[in-house]
Design a protein around this ligand. Structure first.
Ligand code: GLN
Length: 274
């Protein structure tokens, strides 16, 4: 079985190792015994995106976002909408996430119109939200932590037609206020988590691969996974990062997040983390 991964605008949208997400998708797909092919698609290329199995778009600054916004309008908007409605797994990070919403207000004078695929909108804030992030996500068959790194000034607010990707335990998330992080519509996920995200959160990588297999072949990963061994390196990477980040955070944390994290770690124990 083969998976075709489309990396959108890799030359423009690639902050804090976003490209590593594509490497992780490819490698993990191979570990599962699948063939994986990566195709890079940038400005002006007119492509039928629904033909691919997974879409990925990384983050970028306002300058790059302007170019992409114009390309969405002129070239790829309808193809992208069609692919999302068809259920393609699509991961968009930070600047990419913002452009899937209805708009991104950069300043009083400038608004970038988004695709409106995700029922969210974003307004630039005055303070950058930077740092390590931990969220608890219910996207998977059991609640899972996701670890990442965020750096954005845009504050994103969710409408009723999306669900958050998770609840913030540490960090800022969508807007630093409501403790939501990311947005989910069909199999499209927008998130502020850079990192790269996928190598440190293997259940997320597998979720994307599994959704892709279901859409293309009618059956998800459980039937064909070859990563059965306990010594999953990426799980260990997740635990190591989570442990480090939480240990540091607990020293300074005054927020209401710790009880939530404690109850989570009781339900899903992580060695050395209760
Ligand atoms: N320009 C956006 C912001 O700062 C996106 C930044 C990013 O992709 N890291 O909000």
């Amino acid at each position: 079985m083969k998976l075709r991964i489309c990396h959108l605008y890799p030359d423009l949208m690639n902050l804090y190792g976003d490209r590593g997400n594509v490497l992780a998708l490819r490698r993990r797909a191979e570990w599962h015994g699948l063939d994986a092919e990566v195709v890079e698609v940038s400005l002006e290329a007119k492509v039928e995106l629904a033909r691919y199995d997974i879409l990925f778009m990384g983050g970028g600054q306002d300058k790059e976002q302007r170019l992409i916004c114009a390309d969405f309008k002129k070239v790829k908007g309808s193809s992208l909408r069609e692919a999302v409605e068809d259920g393609i797994p699509f991961l968009a990070v930070c600047g990419g996430y913002q452009l899937l919403g209805s708009y991104y207000r950069i300043s009083r004078k400038e608004v970038l119109e988004g695709l409106g695929i995700l029922d969210v909108y974003t307004k630039a804030g005055t303070k950058r939200m930077i740092g390590n992030t931990v969220i608890i996500s219910e996207l998977f068959s059991q609640p899972r932590t996701l670890v990442g790194f965020e750096n954005h000034s845009g504050k994103t607010y969710l409408g009723p037609r999306v669900k958050p990707l998770g609840t913030v335990v540490l960090g800022f998330g969508n807007n630093g206020k409501d403790r939501t992080e990311g947005a989910v519509y069909r199999n499209t996920i927008g998130t502020y988590l850079h990192g790269p995200l996928l190598p440190k959160n293997p259940w997320f990588t597998d979720w994307l691969i599994s959704k892709a297999l279901e859409r293309r072949y009618g059956k998800g990963l459980s039937g064909c996974s070859r990563i059965g061994h306990a010594e999953d390196l990426e799980e260990r990477a997740h635990k190591a990062v989570l442990g480090l980040v939480m240990k540091r955070a607990k020293r300074t944390m005054t927020s209401s997040c710790l009880p939530e994290f404690r109850s989570y770690s009781q339900r899903t124990p992580h060695p050395g983390l209760s």
